[in-house]
Design a protein around this ligand. Sequence first.
Ligand code: KG4
Ligand code: ZN
Length: 360
Amino acid sequence: MSAQSLTVLGIESSCDESAVAIVEQTAAGAVHIRANLVLSQLDQHRPYGGVVPEIAARAHVEHLDGLVRQAMDEARLDYEKLDAVAATAGPGLIGGVIVGLMTGKGIAFSHDKPLIAVNHLEGHALTARLIDPALPFPYLLLLISGGHCQLLIVHHVGHYTRLGTTMDDAIGEAFDKTAKLMGLGYPGGPAVEQAAIQGDPRRFDFPRPLAGRPGCDFSFSGLKTAVRQAYEGLASASAQDLADIAASFQAAVGDVLVDRCSRAFDAYAETAGVGAPRHFVMAGGVAANAALRARLHTLCMEHDYKLMAPPMALCTDNGAMIAWAGIERLRQGLVDDLGAVPRARWPLESLNETARSASS
Ligand code: KG4
Ligand code: ZN
C-alpha cells in the first residue's frame, strides 16, 4: 500500500479529550489534516483538581458521535471514501477507551472498512512524521505527558525499544500535583510554567532524582515531597514564594530531563548504531513547556542532534495523531479485526511482536 492515497478517520478518547480527526496522505506523500476536532473536558474535571474517569467516559459517550459527524462535514467526505477507521484502544482510562474503540468499531462495521486499534503511545510516537513524513527511522523519542514519561527508540512503525520510564509519577502528574498543592489551578503544567516566569529558580534547592545514575529511568516522587515540604514550611506563601517554588521545581525537572536525555543519546548510538540519523523528538503535553523545550534544544545543539517538537496542538492529545498512526499501520498492512480489545495498560514494545509476524 505504499504509493496509494489514504484517508483515515481517527478517534481519541483515552483521557479527558474527546477528539476526532480525518487525515489524508496523498500518493505523492503530502499530508493533509482535513479535520481535527478536540473537545476538552477541562471544565468538568477542574473542580476535582484532576481527571475523574467516570465523568470522562460519560462525556465521551455524549460527544464522540457529534464530533465524528462534524469532522466528516468539515472534510466534505462520505464514509465510503475512508480507507480505514482508527481508534485508540489503550493505554488509558478504560471507560473512555471502551467508548472510543466501540465507536470506531461501529463505524468500521457499518461501512465495511478496516479497523485499526491504535496504541495511544504509538500515536504520540509517530506524530513527528505527520508533520514531516520524510523524517527517517530510527529516531529518539522523549514522550512526556500526564500519564507517561519515557525515552524510546522508534525503529519503525510497530517497532520500539524503551530505554527508560518513570519509576513512580509521570512528569505531567508531577506538574499537576505541584500546581494543586499551591492552589495554582488545573491543568497544572501551564499554571506552573506561567508562575515560574516571575520566580527565582535558585531559591529552593530541590532534589534531581536519579541524576548522575546510570540508565534512562525517571523518578519524580522525591521531588514532589520536597516541593510539599518547602511549601508547608512557609508560614504564609506570597505570590513571590509560589513563583520561586514553581521556578525551582521546573529547574529541577529540566536538570533531570537533560541528564536522562544525554544518557539516552549514548544508549541510542549503542543500539541504533553510531551512523543512525540524529533526530530527537519531543511529544506529549509536557512538550508544550517552553522552558523545558529550550533546555532540550541547547542539549541537542551540544550533542549534534536535531530537535523536533510537533506544534502544541499536536503535542497534547488529539485525533490527528491517531488517524496518522492508522495511515502508517495501514501502509504496513497492520489492521485489526472487530474483536480488538480495549486495554488500560499496553506497553509500546508489546507491538513489536505483532509487527514482526505481519511482515514475515
Ligand atoms: O499528552 P497530554 O495532553 O495527555 C496525556 O496523555 O496525559 O498531556 C497532559 C499533561 C498534563 O499533565 C498537563 O499538566 C501537561 O501535560 N502540560 C504541561 C504543559 N502543558 C500541558 N506541563 C508542563 N508545561 C506545560 N506548558
Ligand atoms: Zn497522550
